[in-house]
Design a protein around this ligand. Structure first.
Ligand code: ADP
Length: 230
């Protein structure tokens, strides 16, 4: 699913953001990526999304070798990944329906498919009653659920969430995490970057700590919610 082998990456100004990173995430896993500001988390995501290319080492995502990916293969590769961001990135002039339909229209999906698929993902995210709303008529948590619906509409095998709870009320952060876990339970691999240690401690699971461009820790942290169930 994700395989980074001896990966290093430096920006044009000489800043080395990732140093000899080895990381393997299997299909169906849920992993948190944590680390201080400037540690290299965004640089890692940019490599995984093929926005940047490693200077050395191998990056394989969803079976695509990103070092060798041809330009014309990039759209197909990107469609295999759903992405959500801290700032939602919804189009303010479009309704909830059209924000999600847009991701299908760019793939030349038929209107018939769009009319059945969009309501389906909206229902999964509990947003059926918001279909005609515009983003500024929704709370932060609701906007992030729209962004999640949009990320899932192309049926990706991997979901990358970059600080998805950063602009969401703290109590709703847990709701977003529950949704991500449900998505993961449906078989989608989830990689979530966060600086919210409380969330990681509460939910637990595989946690990858990036420090100074290196993987400083990669292991399982026991979650509080699991302990409560015992
Ligand atoms: P994080 O996402 O963990 O905050 P980043 O991946 O953004 O960390 O940054 C890792 C390192 O790369 C930092 O030293 C940062 O200053 C540097 N960096 C990030 N983006 C750029 C860029 N576009 N050009 C040059 N250096 C950058």
């Amino acid at each position: 699913m994700i395989d980074l082998i001896n990966v290093s990456f430096s920006y044009d100004n000489g800043t080395t953001a990732l140093k000899d990173v080895n990381l393997k995430i299997d299909s169906g896993e849920f992993a948190f990526v944590v680390g201080a500001s400037g540690a290299g988390k965004s640089s890692l995501l940019k490599l995984l999304l093929r926005e940047n290319v490693a200077n050395s080492g191998t990056v394989i995502v969803n079976g695509f070798n990103l070092n060798k990916l041809k330009r014309r293969e990039i759209p197909k590769f990107r469609r295999s990944i759903g992405v959500v961001f801290q700032d939602f990135r919804l189009i303010p002039t479009m309704t909830v329906f059209d924000n999600i339909a847009f991701s299908l229209r760019v793939t030349d999906a038929s209107n018939k498919f769009i009319r059945s698929r969009v309501p389906y993902v909206l229902e999964l995210m509990g947003l059926t009653d918001k279909v005609k709303r515009f983003p500024n008529e929704l709370s932060g948590g609701e906007q992030q659920r729209v962004a999640l619906a949009r990320a899932l509409v192309n049926d990706p095998t991997l979901l990358i969430a970059d600080e998805p709870t950063g602009n969401v009320d703290p109590e709703l952060s847990y709701e977003i995490l529950e949704l991500l876990r449900e998505i993961n339970n449906c078989g989608v691999t989830v990689l979530m970057v966060t600086h919210e240690h409380d969330l990681v401690r509460y939910f637990g699971g595989r946690t990858i700590n990036i420090e100074n461009g290196k993987v400083a820790f990669d292991g399982i942290i026991g979650g509080q919610d699991e302990r409560e169930q015992l």
